[in-house]
Design a protein around this ligand. Structure first.
Ligand SMILES: [Zn+2]
Length: 453
C-alpha cells in the first residue's frame, strides 16, 4: 500500500540505532510512497539505493542484482580507483571488468566523447567516484544507451541519483544534460569517511542550499503561482536537523555523521522524483555557483561544487534576511538589460543563450506593476511564511564553520570582485525567479553584493 511519508526524528533515530541506514529511502525507491498532492505513488527510474557502514565484500551481490552483462566498464580516476575501484574490480571478475582510469578529468563534452569511445563494446558501466566521475559516466552511458550504476566514494554532493548530468559545452557554458539515472547508487560510509575532509565539508555545503532554495522557490510560488512541492522538504527535515547537530562530526570524518550526510544528500536527490525538477535544492545559491563555474576561467580556484554552494547559500541567507526584515515590501521596477555587458562578460554565444532564459522572467512595465501590487498584498504573510523555512545566517555560518567548510569567497580562493560579479549577474543565466531578482529589480542587489566578501 502506498503511504504518505511522515518521517520524524524519533522514528529516524530508532531506525539508525538498528543500523537501518536506508530507512525511508527504501520506501521511496520501491515506489511505496505517495505524493500527497497527486495521491499517486512516486516512481523512480532507479532500482536501488544502498547506504551501509561498509560494502566491502558485498560488491558482487549488489551488482549481480542489476543483471548487467559482460564486459563491464569500470570508470574511476586514480584516487577513486585506489579508494574502492580495485576492490570492485577484484569482486566482479565474473563480469570481465575493464578498468578505465581517467587522469584528473573535467566534466566536459570532449571527455564524455572520449569516455564513450572507451566504453564501446561494454554491456554496462560502473562509476566509482563522486560528482565528476558520475556525471561523465552518466552522460557517456546515455549516449551509448548503456545501463550503469555508481559506487560513491565521497559524500560531496547530492547528484548521485539524478537523471541529469552537469557537463560543460565547448562554449564554456555548463549545462544540464538530460541523461538517465543510474540503475543503482551504492554508498560505502567508511570509504567516504576516509576521503579527503574537504569532500564531506563540500557535501555539507550543498545541504545548506535547502533553506535558501526553499525560500526562493516559495517566493516564486507565492508571487507568480509557479509549482511548489512541500514533500521534497518533508522527506529530509528530520535527517537535516540531526545532521546539523553533528556538523563537527562531518569535519572529523565520524562515520555516523558522514552516513547521515549521505542520507540528506540522497533524500534531496530523490526529491527530484516527486517534482521532476531540481528547484527544491537549486535556486539563487546554485546560480551563483554556476556563474563561478562558467565564467571564472583562470580565476577558478578548483573548489568543489558544494564548497561554492555553501558560501553562496550564506550570501543568499543574508540577502533574504535583509529584504524580509523590511516592514514594507521592496518596490520593483522593470528589469534593465545590459546586453553589452553580458556579451563582454560571457562572450557573444553564451550571452545570446542566457538572454533567452533571462527574458522569460524579466519584468516589463506591466509586470513590475503587477508584482509590486502582489508584494504589497501578501508581504506580512510572506515574511512569516519564509521565516519558517529559514536558517539564520549567523547559524548557517556557525554550521559551515563547524563542518570545516569555507564561508567566504576569500576562503574559496576566489577574487572577491569576481564573487560580487557572480552575485550581481548570475540571475541573467536562468529563468528561475529568486530573491536575487526581487533585489536587483528593486535596485538593492548591487549595494548588497559590494558588502559580500
Ligand atoms: Zn548542488
Amino acid at each position: 500500500m502506498n503511504e504518505v511519508i511522515q518521517p520524524n526524528r524519533a522514528a529516524l533515530e530508532d531506525a539508525l540505532a538498528q543500523g537501518r541506514w536506508n530507512y525511508l529511502i527504501d520506501d521511496i525507491v520501491a515506489g511505496r510512497c505517495q505524493d500527497p498532492r497527486t495521491g499517486r505513488p512516486v516512481t523512480l527510474d532507479l532500482d536501488r539505493v544502498v547506504i551501509a557502514p561498509t560494502l566491502d565484500g558485498a560488491e558482487a551481490d549488489l551488482v549481480a542484482g542489476l543483471g548487467f552483462g559482460a564486459p563491464l566498464g569500470l570508470v574511476a580516476d586514480e584516487a577513486t580507483m585506489e579508494a574502492m575501484g580495485r576492490r570492485i574490480e577484484r569482486a566482479l571478475q565474473r563480469h570481465r571488468p575493464k578498468p578505465i582510469v581517467l587522469d584528473l578529468p573535467h566534466a566536459d563534452q570532449p571527455t564524455v566523447a572520449a569516455l564513450a569511445e572507451r566504453l564501446d563494446g561494454c554491456e554496462a558501466a560502473i562509476a566509482v567516484g563522486s560528482g565528476t566521475i558520475n556525471d561523465l559516466t552518466k552522460a557517456a552511458c546515455a549516449h551509448l544507451g548503456l545501463p550503469y550504476c555508481v559506487f560513491g566514494t565521497a559524500a560531496s554532493m547530492n547528484g548521485y541519483t539524478s537523471s541529469t548530468a552537469s557537463i560543460s559545452l565547448s562554449s564554456g557554458l555548463k549545462t544540464t544534460l538530460a541523461s538517465r539515472a543510474p540503475r543503482a547508487f551504492f554508498a560505502d560510509i567508511a570509504v567516504a569517511a576516509s576521503a579527503p575532509g574537504r569532500t564531506a565539508a563540500a557535501g555539507f555545503g550543498d545541504c545548506m542550499a535547502r533553506p535558501v532554495a526553499q525560500i526562493d522557490w516559495w517566493l516564486s510560488h507565492r508571487l507568480f503561482g509557479t509549482d511548489y512541492h512541500q514533500i521534497t522538504y518533508d522527506i529530509e527535515a528530520a535527517d537535516e536537523a540531526a545532521l546539523n547537530a553533528r556538523a563537527a562530526g562531518v569535519a572529523q570524518g565520524e562515520s555516523d555523521a558522514v552516513g547521515r550526510l549521505y542520507r540528506v544528500l540522497t533524500l534531496c536527490g530523490l526529491g527530484f522524483a516527486f517534482t521532476g525538477t531540481s528547484h527544491h535544492g537549486s535556486m539563487g545559491e546554485h546560480q551563483i555557483s554556476h556563474y563561478i563555474d562558467c565564467f571564472a576561467g583562470e580565476r577558478h580556484p578548483g573548489t568543489l561544487h558544494g564548497e561554492q554552494v555553501g558560501v553562496a547559500s550564506l550570501t543568499m541567507a543574508r540577502l533574504q534576511q535583509r529584504i524580509l526584515a523590511q516592514e514594507q515590501p521592496p518596490r520593483v521596477r522593470p528589469t534593465r538589460f545590459d546586453e553589452e555587458s553580458m556579451r563582454r562578460r560571457m562572450g557573444p554565444e553564451i550571452a545570446a543563450q542566457c538572454l533567452t532564459a533571462y527574458r522569460r522572467k524579466a519584468l516589463d512595465e506591466k509586470g513590475a506593476e503587477k508584482l509590486d501590487a502582489r508584494l504589497r498584498a501578501i508581504w506580512p504573510e510572506l515574511r512569516r511564511e519564509c521565516a519558517r523555512f529559514a536558517i539564520q545566517p549567523e547559524e548557517m555560518h556557525r554550521l559551515l564553520r563547524a563542518a570545516d567548510a569555507p564561508t567566504t569567497a576569500g576562503e574559496l580562493g576566489l577574487p572577491v570582485d569576481f564573487y560580487r560579479e557572480a552575485i550581481l549577474h548570475c540571475r541573467e543565466m536562468r529563468d528561475r525567479f529568486s530573491m536575487l531578482d526581487v533585489a536587483d529589480d528593486a535596485g538593492l542587489l548591487a549595494d548588497f553584493a559590494q558588502e559580500e566578501r
